[in-house]
Design a protein around this ligand. Sequence first.
Ligand code: FES
Length: 255
Amino acid sequence: MERIGLISKSNIENIKSRYKLNNIRTSKTYRNFQDTKQDNFSVRKIHKTDSQDDYNLLSFSNMGSDSEYFKDAERIKKLEKQMSIWLKDLNKLKREKEITLEDMIKDLTKIDEIIKSHGYNRSNLIQMLLDIQKECNWLPKHVLFYISDKLEIPLTNIYNIASFYKHFNLEPQGKYNILVCMGTACYIRGAMNLLQRIVNVLEVKPGDTTSDYRFTLDTVNCLGACALGPVMMVDDKYYTNPSTKKLKKIFSKFN
Ligand code: FES
């Protein structure tokens, strides 16, 4: 008998794909548990059948929510979550370093041109920031320092403006924006489910950017296509309620 870990009833589909199972034949024991409130099961046996890829899970047993196995699974889940946060932070640091080494001089030349086009006029600060964001896709720290120095505006004033307006991004943004409509018309037709599918596929929360800086996920109140709801928009293209499979296909087109 080989114990391979804990699964929950709601996790059957994941288990099937993870162990390349065509079908899961549930045992009588498992079917009995389906009527109970317990949701945690330990997979006790895996039997390999004649076919190389085809395994059947033969028996399940209820381990109870306070079992050691359940606690281990919870710990692993927490660690995985923490690691993905660290990985994201690391990617951010890596990107900042790359900017410092490779792009800073190029950035500052462009910023100089933008400031010059506004006649070095401090009262045009918001318009300058808009132009800079259009150029860089976000407002990097070194750029804000440079503007502060060049126009003799306290850095705190620039930060206050940049953080007050939602339009300004102080974090690196993805190459492509995904906007999911949460307006009433889309919401009642399942916008929450669509958003959850995107979160699952890209492993990113609304308002965040994927670790490879390919996509930034955001929600909006209307995309002006209420009759098609629930809708999402990627790089100015509309998509109506795509399934998980279709989402993967759509995202793979944006490189
Ligand atoms: S409410 Fe979703 S597009 Fe208008």
